[in-house]
Ligand binder design. Structure first.
Ligand code: ZN
Length: 659
């Protein structure tokens, strides 16, 4: 078997003075979609992401946190890595600019550029803030520092310069020979005219910054921003030994439109100077705007990925990000649009088609997909439309036009809905002819659903895996080869998998309120109640609520806790919180809403009417965005901390105080 072709793609390495919001998530989601898509097309894929950990801003943030820089960046890198993992977006390579492999690569690249005559020592003059120990970019004499407001001073320091001016012609030639290097097209024109306007040499070291990679033998020089950060893409796949790994050059750098110049001018110039292979393509995407302005923490309009993933599932967020805006352009982010798309396209669209198809097969053919006989014109028309859809969707994926790919795919889903509505399998009887007709209709629908599932997999990895299992198809959906995908490959006769909840419908205003509430808890951890670790405290179990077991308290401390007998009136599951049940509890004087982390061990219906012990004077708090006004007492049993509710006999009065 011939070796698979390689595909190497990167997200930017993200700056570690803050944590990821939806903008970073967008780039990383797109990278992950492309990675899954390329794999299904037979490529061996490596994706790199990482953290940019040097520079004055990190120095300052570490100082504010009162910890050494190395400790600060290690914590930040861990937090970024953990969030990507939680969201199912872990890359093959996570590169940190403080990694030794990266330090060696930057120093090696500098040595090559210098040996080839593209580096010289010069002087840099700029406006400098003594307080922040930093040059203020683009400031003129007399300007104040934008960070602290103090006056800046004109300062000259010795720097190493990169001869960027020597690369005007080589870069313009390169763009001409590689017309797909800069995408989308509109950005390309912008870059070409920038380079045509002439290039100034670039200062690539600093002596006034301390937290950076040292220039060997030239201390106190450290590498400055781009020479350090961009090189991380190469460090991640072997650095000086890149040939052994076989992944360089990158096939695709995904970047935000604000950093395209550095990726399409500086980066290829550094590599050309070192006589190393240049990346094949740089793709710049637009911004998600919140109320038409760019998101930033200071504006307080940051959208966080975790609350959305908790409420609607990560697949819903992925779908929205790719479907809502043409890749490359700016788009508006709104929770309203997110939840609307979720309900219409996922709950009512794909989710509904999958569950009703499975339910009909279950009912009519004992849970086994029937074999189709001779197809009628309507069946054949649907087959043709689906087959044509395969080509269309793959073509759009290839052009990175994800919005159109999904639009085409959802046209196929709509065609299936229409087909079922006109063919009405539920209105047919039990005669041999009717049964054969029903078999044809359901086999045709199941085959369409199989194809949609495969094509949607790069965007909706979790839910398509569930649908694949539901359809009883062999192997994993991610292992299906897109190049061989065509109508007529459905496995029939195998039993369907267990029914799955795919995209439960949500009530819009409630969903938005809960997402915002969870985001608020995450952004302001100091004002919000402590997050509930696992089931323990959210279960309100006595064991978790107690301080250290050995610590004794006086009777007056115990007397502060008010506990009463309550009776559960209603109990329901909470969308987006697998472990929680939302209860209403009668405590004698009033009915309270209380959340309890017992959903994995108690069926909601079994709890109605049950008497429980309730802590009634606990300050209300929100769990997964739902208000909980009180706590139900439960024992924590066994190593997994299974909650067992404390209870009372029938004749104990509701509202009775526990002492
Ligand atoms: Zn300052």
């Amino acid at each position: 078997m011939p070796a698979k072709p390689k595909f190497y793609l990167t997200t930017p390495i993200y700056y570690t003075n803050g944590l990821p919001h939806i903008g970073h998530t967008y780039t990383t989601v797109v990278a992950d979609v492309i990675r899954r898509y390329k794999r299904m097309r037979g490529y061996q894929v490596v994706m790199t992401t990482g953290t940019d950990e040097h520079g004055v801003n990190v120095e300052r943030a570490a100082k504010n946190a009162g910890v050494p820089e190395s400790e600060f960046v290690a914590k930040m890198a861990d937090a970024w890595r953990a969030l990507w993992e939680e969201l199912g977006l872990s890359a093959e390579e996570f590169v940190r600019t403080t990694d030794l492999r990266h330090v060696r690569t930057v120093q090696w690249l500098f040595k090559l550029c210098r040996e080839n005559g593209y580096v010289y020592k010069g002087h840099y003059t700029g406006q400098y803030c003594i307080y922040d120990n930093a040059f203020v970019n683009d400031a003129k004499p007399g300007d104040n520092c934008p960070d602290c407001g103090r006056p800046t001073e004109t300062l000259t320091e010795e720097n190493y310069f990169f001869k960027l001016s020597a690369f005007q012609k080589p870069l313009l030639d390169f763009y001409k020979k590689n017309p797909d290097f800069i995408q989308p097209e509109s950005r390309k024109n912008e870059i070409v005219s920038f380079v045509e306007g002439g290039l100034k040499d670039l200062s690539i070291t600093r002596t006034t910054v301390r937290w950076g990679i040292p220039v060997p033998g030239e201390e106190p020089h450290v590498f400055y921003v781009w020479f350090d950060a961009l090189t991380a893409y190469l460090s991640a796949v072997g650095g000086p030994d890149y040939e052994k790994r076989g992944m360089w050059p990158a096939d695709l750098h995904l970047v935000g439109k604000d950093i395209i110049r550095f990726h399409t001018v500086y980066w290829p110039a550094f590599l050309m100077a070192a006589m190393l292979p240049v990346p094949k393509q740089v793709w710049a995407h637009g911004w998600f705007l919140m109320d038409a302005s760019k998101m930033s923490k200071s504006k307080g309009n940051v959208v966080l990925p975790r609350p959305i993933a908790n409420m609607l599932g990560m697949d819903a967020l992925r779908y929205f990000l790719l479907r809502e805006v043409a890749f490359g352009q700016d788009g508006n982010f709104s929770y309203d649009a997110l939840v609307t798309r979720y309900n219409s396209d996922l709950a009512n669209g794909l989710g509904n088609l999958a569950s009703r198809t499975a339910a009909m097969i279950e009912k009519t053919f004992a849970g086994k997909i029937p074999k189709a006989g001779k197809l009628e014109a309507a069946d054949e028309a649907l087959a043709r439309e689906t087959q044509a859809g395969i080509g269309e969707v793959l073509d759009y994926f290839e052009k990175m036009n994800f919005a159109r790919a999904l639009e085409s795919l959802w046209t196929v889903i709509a065609a299936a809905d229409k087909y079922l509505t006109t063919q009405k399998p539920w209105s047919l009887g039990d005669s041999e002819a009717d049964m054969q007709r029903k078999a044809n209709i359901l086999a045709t629908t199941a085959e369409l659903l199989r194809i949609v599932t495969v094509l949607a997999h790069p965007v909706l990895p979790d839910s398509t895996a569930k649908i694949w299992t539901l359809l009883g198809q062999p192997g994993s959906v991610c292992a299906v080869e897109l190049d061989g995908l065509r109508w007529g490959q459905l496995t029939t006769g195998a039993p369907l998998g267990k029914p799955q909840t795919l995209f439960p419908r949500v009530e819009k205003s409630e969903a938005i309120e809960r997402i915002e509430s969870m985001a608020n808890e995450e952004l302001n951890p100091s004002t919000a109640p402590a997050p509930a670790p696992a089931t323990a405290t959210s279960a309100g179990s006595g064991a978790a609520a107690a301080p250290a077991a050995s610590e004794k308290i006086g009777i007056e401390d115990f007397a502060k806790v008010e506990m009463r007998v309550g009776q559960i009136k209603t109990a329901e599951r909470i969308v987006g919180a697998d472990k929680l049940l939302k209860l209403t509890v009668d405590i004698g004087t009033e009915i309270r809403q209380i959340c309890a982390g017992i959903a994995q061990f108690y069926e909601p219906d079994s709890l109605i009417g049950r008497k429980v012990a309730v802590v009634t004077n606990l300050a209300p708090r929100k769990l997964r965005g739902v208000v909980s006004n009180g706590m139900i007492i439960a024992a924590s049993v066994g190593p997994e901390g299974r909650p067992v509710l404390a209870g009372f006999p029938e004749d104990v009065e509701i509202g009775a105080r526990l002492k």
